[in-house]
Design a protein around this ligand. Structure first.
Ligand SMILES: NC(=O)c1ccc[n+]([C@@H]2O[C@H](COP(=O)([O-])OP(=O)(O)OC[C@H]3O[C@@H](n4cnc5c(N)ncnc54)[C@H](O)[C@@H]3O)[C@@H](O)[C@H]2O)c1
Length: 348
């Protein structure tokens, strides 16, 4: 299977690429990553697969229709992670979110249709549903996004599903809860708090800290996306959740404990505008149809994540300083230095 993975240099996309290429179980998979390397795209995230014989990288924008037209042919499936993903940035300036998340998705869908790319997995978020005080959303719950980020993701979900209904494109949409794990850009809550605390700094807790999020280890998410890719029903939406609900205050307490810090390190900051109170996904469909269940216990996943940030300062310090791309953590396998046989235009 030859996959085009967009946003493969980001947090979740890079885990997906590493996990598929470095596992003997998936020896049939070839991957082309298409990534613009925005501030959130970190080339070093893909160092562990650099030179892999079944991997190639194209530096480019999913909004560039000419480029996508050249890159798409020859792929059996698209796994679409690329997005502007940080809610706070969408509140201070929503335009890049509309451009990449909506227009970029439209370009990919058009080109997937034109080149008969086969399956198109569109990776989305629980935030498209808005906020739920109790109970859980099913895949049939109407979309009611609140932030500009969530609104653009909802728009792209609907475009993807419309391409299935109108054009018969083999689309599957996944919606997941909050991810955590290694290689997450240190603007999101867990890596921001951990890295600030490791440096003896303060952490900003929004409002009263009672907002509830459901946490999902990135490796479980990527396994769910792979299951949706291989077994999902065309035109269906699947929820991929982690099952651990915590208030932001509870999570802060765990991160303080894990880094040997105290509540004196916490600064209460005014609440995020339009801050959703609670997200919660019903994952029965993914369990029944895909055989999905999260495997990583939250306590263990969080401890390992904190340890990873403690051990990989060389990865996150340059990102926090806003300086050049960092050198990646040591690769787990010796890189194969052969170039991919046919690097698409713009590949590097
Ligand atoms: N992180 C989460 O907790 C979470 C939760 C739910 C859903 N999601 C979704 O999962 C996907 C991946 O999220 P993430 O946390 O890995 O995001 P990320 O911000 O870490 O990575 C995004 C990647 O997309 C690339 N990109 C951005 N604009 C691009 C463009 N125009 N063309 C090509 N590449 C571009 C970036 O360079 C980066 O590599 C997103 O679609 C996001 O909406 C994330």
């Amino acid at each position: 299977m030859r996959l085009l993975v967009t946003g493969g240099a980001g947090f979740i996309g890079s885990e997906f690429v590493r996990s598929l290429l470095l596992s003997p179980r998936t020896g049939d998979v070839r991957i082309t990553v298409l990534d613009k390397l925005t501030y959130a795209g970190v080339a070093a995230n893909l160092d562990p697969v650099a030179g892999h014989p079944r991997y190639s990288f194209v530096h480019g924008d999913i909004c560039d229709a000419d480029l996508v037209d050249q890159v798409m042919p020859g792929h059996d499936a698209v796994v679409h992670f690329a997005a502007e993903s940080h809610v706070d940035r969408s509140i201070s300036g929503g335009r890049p979110f509309v451009t990449t998340n909506v227009m970029g998705t439209q370009v990919l869908l058009e080109m997937a249709k034109k080149h008969r790319a086969g399956r198109f997995v569109h990776v989305s978020t629980d935030e498209v549903y808005g906020s739920i005080p109790s109970g859980s959303w099913t895949e049939e719950t109407p979309l009611s996004p609140n932030s500009p980020y969530a609104a653009t993701k909802a728009g792209s979900d609907l475009l993807a599903l419309a391409h299935h209904r109108t054009h018969g494109l083999d689309v599957v949409v996944t919606r997941c809860s909050n991810n955590y794990g290694p290689y997450q850009f240190p603007e999101k809550m867990i890596p921001l708090f951990v890295t600030n605390l490791l440096d003896g700094g303060k952490v900003p807790l929004y409002g009263d800290g009672r907002n509830v999020r459901e946490w999902l280890h990135v490796s479980d998410h990527c396994r769910g996306v792979e299951l949706a890719l291989r077994r999902g029903r065309a035109g269906s939406v699947y929820h991929i959740g982690g099952g651990t609900e915590l208030t932001n205050a509870e999570l802060t307490g765990l991160l303080l404990a894990a880094t040997g810090s105290t509540w004196g390190s916490v600064e209460r900051v005014p609440d995020r505008k339009g801050h959703d109170l609670r997200y919660s996904l019903d994952c029965d469909r993914a369990a029944t149809e895909l055989g999905y269940a999260p495997r990583v216990r939250f306590e263990q996943g969080l401890a390992e994540t904190v340890a990873w940030y403690r051990d990989n300062r060389s990865w996150w310090e340059p990102l926090k300083r806003g300086t050049a791309r960092p050198a990646g953590p040591p690769a787990p396998r010796a890189p194969d230095t052969r170039l991919p046989a046919a690097a698409p235009p713009g590949a590097r």
